[in-house]
Design a binder for this molecule. Structure first.
Ligand code: HEC
Length: 296
């Protein structure tokens, strides 16, 4: 018999802290929708500096909990996960970038309809996506792999190869529509949970206990996010990077405190080599481990 504890699905996109400078954070998290001197998905930096030049608090407030002002286009997703300190730095960065510039005529382009080769990478986007909760985060890794991380369940959902997102409908039509992935989904994580506590169940020897998870935010380093969450109260930092030859991904897990022994369940779909089945980690190994998924 397996024992399952219900997952908590509460999502607070709380920020931790960012290792990257404001320019990089802006490029990775805002530039898809905001250009310096023309309307993209959202208003230009020229317009934003006009509104918030002497009001950094109002700027931060908007970014944490955006309202609905302009009638055309979508709503801005909350940027609370970026964190207040980084948002204050972005405010200063925007003023500097927009200084002396004038607003150009709107072009009405969909920034995600750009040719694949020109997609900015890395990139992190809150986005409504298929097969994920509304708290999905789409990440374009350097190279040609992208993935969907579900911040509600703290899990990788799928990885695709090719471009990033086709979001025209999402941006230009009804804001509740999902964006489509631009490419082929080459990996779906079917095993869930990936992590289970080993052998400390109510019945001795019972291996699989689903621990409640809670998302606490993400940090950026060189534009690549690390997801922070707790697994049964133990802090976990999960980072997904492409393998140097682009043939797969490498996922590192760092567990804080004193993690118990873990069972990592990897269901390997046809296209993924090795790492099939489950992997038992001792408490010492669980502190820091790497999973490599290589596509055939
Ligand atoms: C997915 C697209 C998207 C992303 C990403 C995005 N924004 Fe926006 N932003 C918008 C849209 C759309 C609006 C206009 C919303 C409206 O008027 O209803 C907007 C408006 C704004 C405004 C103007 C608010 C006002 O009072 O008029 C500010 C400031 C702003 N965004 C800052 C940011 C910052 C900083 C980031 C990155 C941390 C960011 N945005 C990321 C889409 C986005």
């Amino acid at each position: 018999m397996k024992h399952f504890i219900t997952l908590t699905a509460a999502v607070a996109l709380v920020a931790v802290s960012n290792a990257d400078d404001p320019k990089t954070v802006f490029q990775v998290q805002c530039a898809a929708c905001h250009a310096v001197d023309r309307v993209l998905v959202g208003p230009s930096l020229v317009e934003i500096s006009g509104i918030y030049r002497n009001n950094p608090d109002g700027f931060v407030q908007w970014c944490m909990k955006p309202g609905r002002k302009r009638l055309a286009g979508i709503e801005m997703p909350s940027m609370a996960a970026v964190g207040e300190p980084a948002l204050r730095q972005i405010h200063a960065y925007i003023l500097k970038e927009a200084a002396g510039k004038k607003e150009q005529k709107a072009t009405g382009v969909d920034p995600f309809a750009v040719p694949r080769a020109q997609v900015r990478r890395p990139q992190v986007q809150r986005m409504f996506l298929a097969e994920a909760s509304p708290a999905a985060i789409a990440v374009a890794l350097p190279g040609d792999l992208s993935y969907c991380f579900d911040a509600s369940e703290c899990r990788l959902r799928y990885v695709w190869k090719g471009g990033f997102l086709n979001a025209s409908e999402h941006w230009l039509g009804n804001g509740s529509k999902q964006a489509a992935v631009d490419g082929e989904i080459i990996y779906r994580e079917t095993a869930y949970p990936l992590l289970a506590n080993e052998g400390n169940g109510p019945d001795p020897g019972e291996p699989e206990i689903v621990q409640p998870v809670k998302f606490t935010g993400y940090t950026l380093k060189d534009g690549v996010p690390s997801f922070h969450y707790t697994h049964g109260g133990i802090p976990v930092v999960e980072t997904i990077r492409p393998l140097p030859d682009g043939s797969g991904i490498e996922r590192t897990f760092e567990m804080g405190g004193n993690p118990p022994g873990l069972k990592v369940v990897v269901a390997a779909p046809a296209r993924v080599e090795s790492s099939t089945g489950s992997l038992a980690l001792t408490a010492a190994q669980a502190k820091s481990f790497t999973l490599t998924l290589r596509w055939k």
